[in-house]
Design a protein around this ligand. Structure first.
Ligand code: ZN
Length: 497
């Protein structure tokens, strides 16, 4: 539909973007929002359901206190005001994954409102206004089968799984964010990353984008300088940090090409495509009247006790931004080094590795080196790479004890990532321990001397530097397992140098 896209630099020279983000977070409560069904991810389809979350006639919802508490804590961490009195609302729409044919949500009376979150972008602080934080319930999941793409087009059947229906869902909506210019994509990404860290620090959700427990919709509009804000589009379910950035950027480029050609932007939902990095038109956006909101008659209003809210506020954990500053000082990192740790998503991992006994430098080396490389190669988040902080600390302990050298440690780490067990188990099972026992090494040393008589002569005549070649030969026959220092000492002793 679109022809050649304009260059990004030209777009930001001619247009000003306004972005906005709506983020849905599945809470990690033990039970669902209105019933006692369990909430864990996975499980056979339609096994975690009951009359309430299946919306059967005559069933009545009861609000989950833990979910309300978690939502208030999120609101407080985002500097929001907490409503002294508010209600749930019925949002009416028909969709097969919504068993009740309406969703219990909040409308004009959100539980938390008018807050902000400070995020750092390229060393500068950007304050993102938070419009509201409200509580609702998740829908089920529709699976389209029989087609090649998993989409409804080409599918032979559509199946519905209601295990997720009724899981408490918190929606966090930013105020419109103008004035970010060329940095709009980065600001969007930094906001979602910071929000994720804040929510994780509260321990109320595992905020895994790839499992859908944190989902993001991105609003984008463009206007010419001095003009009113443009019509915005909403790109749905963007499910990685990188995609958040790409979605804003590609939507800016697309809208600019439409506007430059004299066209108009349609207010609509758009779908982001991970493979191509662009968006395609979805449905035209419903307005609030389409949903026919009204106060939920089956639930009593919510009136959080102010003393309770004050207690929750006082008990909030140290927030990630402040914690990062403290950690940076403790670890003695430069701004740039700290930034690379943050960008790699390694702060908590390194912290936990240090807590398990490694030095900050060693922990950082493994997580930012070998493990980051692996995570990039396999396209997973660092936390899901397959090694735990305790295992990394154990690995480093084996290096410090002289049982593994750097090369062997990397081999052991591969085994850890492959799920072969703990570093000590892998070292033992695969016989990877450094051999420093002189008895075991003498034979290999003698063999190397016999095989390289000219090198041996040089060493005998005082050219000690030549010993390196023999050390190399021994390392080769021992598959890198010999302790190089011991080997060198043995060679020199054997040759009387
Ligand atoms: Zn249920």
């Amino acid at each position: 539909m679109t022809t050649t896209l304009p260059a990004y630099d030209e777009v930001v020279a001619r247009f000003e973007p306004v972005i906005g983000l709506e983020t849905h977070v599945e809470l990690g409560t033990n039970t669902k929002m209105w019933c006692g069904c369990p909430t864990d991810f996975g499980g056979e389809p339609n096994t975690r359901v009951c009359p309430v979350c299946l919306g059967l006639p005559g069933s009545l919802p009861v609000a989950n206190k833990a979910a309300i508490e978690a939502t208030i804590r999120i609101g407080l961490a985002l500097n929001c005001s907490i409503a002294e009195w508010c209600r749930f609302a019925r949002k009416n729409y028909f969709y097969p994954d919504m068993p009740k044919n309406f969703q219990i949500s909040q409308y004009d009376e959100p539980l938390c409102f008018d807050g902000y979150l400070d995020v750092e972008v390229n060393g500068e602080m950007v304050r993102i206004g938070i419009e509201r934080v409200h509580l609702e319930e998740d829908t089920g999941k529709t699976l389209h089968v029989g087609g090649a793409t998993g989409r409804i087009h080409g599918a032979t059947e559509s199946l519905v799984d209601y295990n997720r229906a009724g899981i408490p869902l918190v929606e966090i909506v930013t105020k419109p964010i103008p004035g970010t210019g060329a940095l709009a994509p980065e600001v969007a990404r930094a906001y979602v990353a910071e929000l994720r860290d804040v929510i994780r620090s509260l321990g109320v959700s595992d905020v895994r984008m790839e499992e859908g427990s944190l989902r993001c919709d991105v609003n984008t509009s463009l206007n010419r300088p001095g003009e009113e804000w443009g019509t915005r589009t909403e790109t749905k379910n963007v499910n990685s940090l990188r995609s958040v950035e790409r979605a804003v950027r590609s939507e800016m480029l697309r809208q600019a090409s439409v506007l430059e050609a004299g066209g108009r932007i349609t207010q609509e939902t758009r779908h982001f495509h991970e493979d191509t990095g662009d968006t395609t038109s979805g449905r035209s956006k419903e307005t609030a009247t389409d949903y026919r909101y009204f106060p939920e008659p089956d639930l009593v209003p919510l009136a959080p006790d102010t003393a309770w809210v004050a207690e929750l506020k006082a008990a909030l954990p140290e927030l990630p931004r402040l914690r990062r500053k403290r950690i940076q000082q403790d670890w003695g990192l430069s701004d740039l080094d700290m930034q690379s740790v943050v960008n790699a998503g390694a702060v908590e991992l390194i912290e936990a590795t240090v807590a398990a006994g490694a030095t900050p430098a060693a922990a950082r080396k493994w997580w930012l080196g070998e493990l980051s490389r692996r995570a990039n190669e396999t396209g997973v988040e660092l936390a899901d790479v397959g090694a735990t902080p305790a295992q990394v600390a154990e690995l480093q302990g084996l290096v410090d004890a002289g049982k593994l050298n750097d090369k062997l440690a990397r081999t052991v780490l591969e085994g850890v990532v492959a799920g072969e067990g703990s570093p000590t188990e892998i070292m033992t099972n695969r016989n990877l321990e450094v051999v420093s026992d002189t008895g075991a090494l003498t034979a290999a040393v003698d063999e190397a001397i016999a095989a390289n008589p000219d090198v041996a002569d040089k060493i005998r005549s005082g050219k000690v530097a030549a010993a390196g070649a023999l050390v190399g030969a021994v390392m080769k026959t021992t598959r890198g397992q010999a302790d190089a220092k011991t080997v060198r000492e043995l060679i020199l002793a054997r040759l009387g140098a």
